[in-house]
Design a protein around this ligand. Structure first.
Ligand code: F0G
Length: 452
């Protein structure tokens, strides 16, 4: 069997089935309700291949009809698909019907913020803020689909390894579905907000003495041996949900393709999902050309950026270290899929230092937008590409902010209250309860601003 480079099912393939799970490596097909975490023949990653949508007469849906259908679902009643994921159900999970575990999620804003644009040097910059999802990160888009599949396959428990956001999302959706959740996180390396959410939503939380990469290896072994449904981003249904970040961006832009879509990259699940979304949208005639995907890694966790510079001749893994704990990943799981995304979109992979991430985050925060450290890597990446002349003035660029500012309050308290070397620190001032004390603070602030 050939490797899986299909976009949609061919007319004679998989008769009677709307979607199959196909092995990336050997092309072996599994029915859509099979719960295997990987190809049972060769261990390769599974991907969902749908039948292309058709109209009521069985003819291929036109781009206009699909765009109309996607818009119809937008903001539907609570009993309908009031979700920025499920209104794309025809290309996400066409057979789900209304039996979905949905918060709802998605429908996140695309923002223009002059302060951030000016700092990055890119007038055409828009921020797609995935921190507006119910648990505060883009993970909810994949988790609603993955959890729906867990229910459909009658899973008795669900599990993931996580740097924190996937675990918060899994905990929430598993609680809604009434399925026990089990999460594996690196001990001492998860941001406070994410840990708090995971505990609050009731997942069994295992603090593994090791890094994320070890957690992932452990959960893969444990889920196989203990028969637990795996909900990491190598789960093909998670990828289907995460595709909707791109579909929603395109819809918000009236299907007018931007020049660049820039995102932070760790385990490379999102980079993989973005490429799949774009290949399908292109094949369906929804878009006339591909935007260039830019994946941005933290310099201390950048095996994919290193490989990109060498034409992807080698697959690297590194011992990861970065302040952006969400992307503190040294051996990304969706490597080959992400390579395909970069190749298919004439994409770029780069790395930014922790200082560049902090600088970008401070600007995003001070604009009143806010995001977690890893998310700011995308805007830091835009600034670097403007500096290098790759992004030109007039280019339309969408930077994805993947998580909410409250995900990592510990880092913010340290930055603003405890670090002496941080010039932009916004220190709180303790005062006596008197109007005079308030006036003194205002006067001191005014004097400082004038001097600056
Ligand atoms: N941004 C945030 C806020 C994340 O939480 C993650 C990944 C990424 C970017 C990178 O996305 O892995 O698809 O390349 N977080 C995972 C987790 C690993 O466990 O929450 P990716």
């Amino acid at each position: 069997m050939a490797a899986n480079d299909s976009i949609f099912l061919g007319a004679n393939e998989a008769p009677g089935q709307q979607s199959v799970q196909r092995c990336d490596a050997c092309g072996h097909d599994l029915p859509e309700l099979d719960a295997s975490p990987a190809c049972p023949r060769c261990g390769g990653l599974l991907a969902i291949i749908h039948r292309a949508p058709v109209d009521s007469m069985g003819a291929p849906s036109t781009p206009a009809a699909l765009q109309h259908a996607f818009a119809q679902h937008c903001c539907a009643r609570p009993s309908g698909h009031a979700s920025g994921v499920w209104r794309f159900e025809q290309v996400v999970m066409p057979t789900a019907g209304h039996a979905v575990t949905s918060h709802p999620e998605g429908n996140t804003p695309l923002m223009a913020r002059p302060r951030v644009s000016a700092w990055a040097g890119c007038d055409g910059l828009l921020l797609k803020h995935e921190g507006y999802n119910p648990t505060g990160s883009f993970k909810d888009r994949g988790m609603t689909v993955g959890t729906t599949q867990a229910v459909r396959t009658k899973a008795t428990a669900v599990a993931c390894a996580s740097t924190g956001n996937t675990s918060a999302s899994l905990a929430s959706y598993a609680a809604q579905a009434g399925i026990p959740g089990l999460v594996f996180v690196p001990a001492g390396k998860v941001a406070l907000g994410k840990m708090a959410q995971t505990l609050a939503y009731g997942a069994t939380t295992l603090l593994v003495r090791g890094d994320f990469d070890e957690c992932l290896r452990l959960v893969q072994r444990a889920s196989k041996e203990l028969g637990i449904y795996l909900l990491n981003s190598i789960n093909p249904w998670r990828v289907e949900g995460q595709k909707t970040i791109v579909l929603e961006i395109l819809q918000q832009l009236g299907w007018d393709v931007p020049e660049f879509i820039v995102l932070p990259a760790g385990n490379l699940g999102n980079t993989a999902a973005f490429g799949k979304a774009l290949r399908e949208a292109h094949a369906l005639g929804l878009i006339a050309r591909m935007p260039r995907i830019v994946s941005v890694q933290a310099a201390g966790a950048a095996p994919f950026a290193k490989a990109f510079r060498e034409g992807f001749a080698t697959r690297y893994s590194v011992q990861a270290e970065t302040i952006a704990t969400a992307i503190r990943i040294g051996d990304p799981a969706s490597w080959d899929r992400a390579v395909r995304t970069i190749r298919d979109t004439d994409g770029i992979v780069l790395s930014v230092t922790d200082d560049e991430i902090i600088d970008a985050k401070v600007q995003i925060d001070a604009a009143g937008v806010g995001c977690e450290p890893a998310s700011a890597a995308s805007v830091a990446g835009v600034k670097q590409l403007v500096r290098n002349g790759v992004i030109k003035s007039g280019d339309r660029v969408v930077a994805v902010l993947t998580g909410h500012v409250l995900k990592d309050p510990g880092m913010l308290v340290e930055l603003h209250q405890q670090r002496d070397d941080f010039a932009l620190a916004n220190r709180p001032v303790e005062i006596e309860a008197s109007v005079q004390a308030v006036a003194d603070v205002i006067a001191r602030r005014a004097a400082t601003t004038e001097r600056a």
